[in-house]
Design a protein around this ligand. Structure first.
Ligand SMILES: C[S@@+](CC[C@H](N)C(=O)[O-])C[C@H]1O[C@@H](n2cnc3c(N)ncnc32)[C@H](O)[C@@H]1O
Length: 160
């Protein structure tokens, strides 16, 4: 079963190709993508989180390309794509949104979940209503929800 916010999204995701998990934390999503059959890269600023992910990958017998990297400077040079799936769960950096789209292969899927002001109080870390739909208007939107303090979007980059 896919972890956390990917639940319910699994039928949309391919089981081959390349995947990137942005702000991967302790790597549960990255490892799940790799077990699904995707060649997966994962990036997070936390060396502790990445080390936990690497240990989880060993337990599951899969390879993941881990990067310890500060996303404030953009995606790492080795993680610019093209990816068939880009996942970004519970990490919000609007400055990074264009790079997430650019990293997608034609036909590739973005799955993003951020904290939202919708159904919760405002705050510096929460997306304003409509933020994801506006930021990813260039994608074909397959799913979009905003409720209970969380916004989520699944979008496909149009095939050439
Ligand atoms: C709430 S956790 C989500 C982790 C994972 N995506 C998940 O859903 O379990 C947010 C993650 O963003 C990472 N993060 C925060 N700022 C970052 C930055 N500037 N560059 C890279 N990672 C960052 C944190 O280290 C943390 O692992």
């Amino acid at each position: 079963m896919p972890p956390g916010a990917l639940r319910g999204r699994a039928p949309l995701l391919p089981s081959s190709g390349r995947a990137l998990d942005v702000a991967c934390g302790r790597g549960a999503v990255a490892v799940w993508l790799a077990t699904r059959g995707l060649a997966t890269d994962a990036v997070d600023v936390s060396a502790v989180g990445v080390a936990a992910g690497a240990e989880l990958a060993r337990e599951w017998g899969v390879d993941v390309g881990w990067s310890v990297h500060d996303l404030d400077t953009g995606l790492p040079p080795g993680c610019s794509g093209p990816y068939d799936v880009v996942v970004c769960q519970r990490f919000r950096d609007p400055a990074l949104y264009p790079a997430l789209v650019a990293a997608l292969a034609p036909g590739g899927l973005l799955v993003i979940t951020v904290l939202s002001e919708v159904g919760d109080s405002g705050g510096a870390f929460r997306a304003a209503p409509g933020e994801l739909a506006t930021a990813f208007a260039a994608l074909e939107v397959l799913a979009h929800t905003e409720r209970d303090g969380e916004a989520s979007l699944v979008g496909r980059r149009p095939a050439r």
